[in-house]
Ligand binder design. Sequence first.
Ligand code: MRU
Length: 356
Amino acid sequence: MHINGKEFRTIWFENNIVKIIDQTKLPHQFIIKDLKNIKDSINAIKTMEVRGAPLIGATAAYGLVLSIIENNDQSFLKKASEDLIKSRPTAINLKWAVDRMMKKLSGVNSKEILKIAINEAHAICEEDISFCKNIGLNGLKIIEKIYKKKKDTINILTHCNAGWLATIDWGTATSPIYHAHQNGIKLHVWVDETRPRNQGANLTSYELNEEGIPNTIIADNTGGILMQRGEVDMCITGTDRTLASGDVANKVGTYLKALAAYDNKVPFYVALPSSTIDWNLKNFKDIPIEERNSEELSFIEGLDKNNKLTKILIYPQKSKAMNLAFDITPAKYVTGLITEKGICEASSEGLKGLFK
Ligand code: MRU
């Protein structure tokens, strides 16, 4: 998609260096950063310079490429793969991408390994772009149906950033929105601010602005009253891990939005590529929920009056804070899953129907 009218992807590989857009600096600064070795890759994932389930998977894949460039040795590669998997726990795409790479690379001789690794990391990215595009085309059908009935601007609520910045291109939750916009459907997006890191305000609103899509940032607690007033036609969110049962882990606060949507009969869709499905875990209570540093809550960063990026403390100095990064929305609150293969019920029958 676009930044300042110029087409970008979130990650690319150039002259043995991985290039990323540093998402900790958006929307105030647009900085392209170099990742040169495995340490840089793990750090970028941990500090959320790159974030969003598909993008951290792709970063991990390129991280393994960088580890081979750094030290072409199987035990170094194995250690790199283990450290990458540990860098963020909730999004299954990370493990999925590392496992896929390691399946190709384990035991391969040192003369061929780099080329194979580069090709596989590229393939993961190309596949994600095509999956996200198809998610958009499938989701477009739902939006078209609502538009036919309403014949007026459709209000879509989204949480966090499941936009192109969370993937390689298109996004998951935003892909149907971009496709609808390109097809002339009038849209407006309610963007949940998404405390504490404000991915909604800092990233989703930013990327929608760059594509010319009308949007309004709301505090995370506002969605309920908007639904009661009939000002939300549908919700679409992304997910970091969806179980075969259809239960969905996503950015903390998603569950509360799904409850409000259920109570107000607002359709609540979750968009995901198949790389986000965890076919193994049976019970949603076993999904590891990341707990991040509480300073993400107690400190906030923004521009001061002199346009200088500043970080300030907003909580009482003596207060404790707790920062759980994800929550789980049980399948019964999800109207449907929008995938690259089509739309299905959030259930094992639904998913099995699409993914034999
Ligand atoms: O903590 P983040 O910013 O990595 O969380 C991102 C989300 O929760 C997204 O909704 C999810 O990864 C889906 S991305 C297409």
